[in-house]
Design a protein around this ligand. Structure first.
Ligand SMILES: [Fe+2]
Length: 398
């Protein structure tokens, strides 16, 4: 999905007055329930110069984001528009802020104005709802940083809430969901209730949530719409970005079985997708930005290890990644891979075949990585906040 964007001073703006000025609260003649924000806002697609806000309302709206240095000073307005049309008459709102300054704190206010009636030549607006927050843009030069990783939560909201309630959030700049954080997504309600709502309650309105797709997120009726809820700057599930001296390399292993497997009903084409991704990866690993990063951390749901109980002729993806991507990543000097998928926490040191260590998150773990100029320090927590492991320094490649 392509976004265009407007970032404008409120004053002097001749954009539709219905957008920029507060809509007059008019009584609805319809039987619509009172307008509410029902999901989010949560932060997506973080970069040194951008951030995307996503939220949902119970009734159809048009939306905007006001932002600036403080809650009392938000001179900028952003909307989302495609093909010349501002997104409107929708309950899912997704607005990218661009042109921001790196490592800078911004206050934001999301505002949705109800559309009571949408006629070709007259649109009737209703009341507005709003929510406020604050975020900090990424900073590739930041000397110290921290990030957390969730894996394989599989719709278990109570355990997720316990885990998120146990995190010491001070200093956490990013949270990654490295696959199967949802379970075979079927409906918007499912992904909010089981994943996005807990994330929003604890962090996602102020700390960006970075989604790395797992195999279970390719299944279910909503799988083809997930980018609407987890937008990325590239429009792809695989990309790189930089923060705190780390180049984060996000890869998407797709499904774990062959495209022809009965389970997929002839509706997947991961062979082509993986091939295209591999071509992109070859180019990316050669880029100066990647090679010159202080640390290189790969996030990939399916790790390049093959559990004994899984027949490699059926579960083809893990051996394929082991034989194809793993050598490329070894050669490129990856410092650490964080994965999930096996549902068993594991620390796998580098070996003769693979020049980088892997930490595999479990179903009830939160991996925290504290980045300093000298090292990546890992701590893995159980959902109750107790320390499961502090992997030794030797786990790191350098
Ligand atoms: Fe998985």
């Amino acid at each position: 999905m392509i976004f265009s964007h407007l970032s404008l001073r409120v004053l002097g703006l001749s954009l539709s007055c219905a957008l920029v000025s507060e809509a007059v609260e008019t009584p609805s003649l319809s039987a619509l329930p009172q307008l509410r924000i029902v999901g989010g806002p949560y932060l997506q697609a973080p970069s040194p110069t951008g951030m995307t806000l996503v939220w949902t309302t119970n009734n159809k709206c048009v939306s905007r984001v006001e932002y600036g240095p403080s809650a009392d000073d938000m001179p900028h307005v952003a909307v989302s528009a495609r093909h010349g049309l501002i997104d409107a008459n929708t309950t899912l709102h997704r607005i990218a802020l661009r042109g921001l300054r790196p490592g800078t704190s911004y206050a934001y206010r999301v505002i949705s104005t109800e559309i009571l009636d949408f006629k070709p030549y007259k649109v009737r607006f209703g009341p507005s709802v709003r929510a406020e927050g604050r975020f900090t843009t990424l900073d590739p030069e930041k000397p110290t940083s921290s990030f957390c990783v969730l894996t394989d939560r599989h719709d278990r909201a109570p355990a997720l809430r316990q885990a998120l309630g146990s995190v010491q959030w001070d200093g956490v700049d990013l949270v990654f969901g490295v696959g199967d954080v949802m379970n075979d997504p079927m409906t918007e309600q499912q992904i909010f209730q089981n994943f996005l709502d807990p994330c929003t309650e604890f962090f996602a309105g102020r700390i960006p949530l970075v989604f790395v797709r797992g195999n279970h997120e390719t299944r279910g009726a909503l799988a083809r719409d997930l980018m609407d809820y987890f937008p990325t700057a590239s429009g792809r599930y695989y990309y790189t970005f930089h923060h705190g001296g780390v180049c984060f390399l996000l890869l998407d292993g797709g499904e774990d079985k062959a495209d022809t497997s009965d389970e997929y009903s002839g509706l997947v084409a991961f062979d082509d997708y993986i091939r295209e991704q591999t071509e992109w990866l070859e180019r990316e690993l050669r880029s100066a930005a990647f090679r010159e990063a202080r640390f290189r951390v790969c996030l990939l749901h399916i790790p390049p290890v093959v559990p004994q109980e899984r027949q490699p002729d059926k579960f083809i993806r893990a051996p394929w990644i082991r034989d194809n991507w793993s050598p490329m990543l070894s050669k490129a000097g990856i410092d650490l891979m964080i994965s999930g998928h096996t549902h068993r926490y594991a620390e796998l040191p580098a070996n003769e075949e693979r020049a980088f260590p892997i930490v595999v998150g479990g179903t009830n773990t939160v991996i925290r990585v504290d980045v300093s100029p000298e090292r990546l320090r890992l701590t893995t927590f159980n959902d109750d906040g107790t320390v499961l492991s502090r992997p030794p320094e030797a786990l790191r490649k350098r």
